[in-house]
Design a protein. Structure first.
Length: 212
């Protein structure tokens, strides 16, 4: 069976959530209220991000300078990519973050050949317009990560999931194997969902080597 590695970005490939750092510094103060509503399951993560980033008035270059000054890539990222390439595993980033900063961060680390599925953005004086496009080409506000893992499964992939957050819990449950840290790891423990914990991405490489 062909294998696909579906990997989150913020807090998984990066040590911190770059989207949250951007919102803390550039969004209006009430973005935290939106975050509370999302964590209480009152709104979807797509709706949260769309509304929160709409309050960011800074331009692309200002935001990229900020991101580049703050980002820390989790150890083992390049080793993970090299291992997937060696084994013939397809590696795809599926993120609720924004494509513009994910691409820039990856380019800065010398990576420019990865599929990135995340929010497309349009910068306007009124704020950032973020749009999530699903595997069928339609705009979706809820279940972005879930839509893509279902699409990969339909195509016959064995899916390995790597993630850290609340938005990773639902798609991870559909994967053949899970590598988890932070809130996703807590969820797996609470629900007795089988997973492999990791601290850095070298741990994921070691775990992948044990998979048949």
């Amino acid at each position: 069976m062909k294998t696909l590695v579906q990997c989150d970005f913020d807090g998984t490939i990066t040590e911190e959530d770059m989207g949250f750092l951007l919102l803390d510094s550039f969004a209006s103060e009430d973005w935290r209220q939106l975050l509370t509503e999302y964590r209480e399951d009152k709104i979807s993560v797509g709706y949260f991000n769309t509304k929160a980033f709409a309050t960011v008035k800074a331009d692309r270059q200002t935001l990229l300078r900020f991101v580049r000054s703050k980002v820390k890539i989790r150890a083992g990222f390049h080793e993970l990519l090299a291992y997937c390439h060696k084994r013939g595993f397809r590696f795809v980033i599926v993120s609720n973050g924004l494509v513009f900063y994910i691409e820039a961060i990856l380019r800065d680390t010398g990576v420019d050949n990865i599929d990135i599925l995340a929010a497309k953005t349009n910068f306007t004086p009124e704020g950032i317009e973020a749009e999530y496009i699903g595997p069928e080409g339609n705009q979706i506000q809820d279940g972005f990560k879930e839509a893509y893992i279902r699409s990969f499964l339909r195509k016959g992939y064995r899916v390995v999931y790597i993630g850290n957050g609340i938005s990773d819990t639902s798609p991870a449950k559909q994967a053949h194997h899970i590598f988890a840290i932070s809130e996703l790891l807590d969820y797996c423990k609470e629900t007795n969902l089988d997973c492999t914990p990791f601290v850095d991405l070298n741990d994921v490489v070691s775990g992948l080597e044990l998979l048949p």
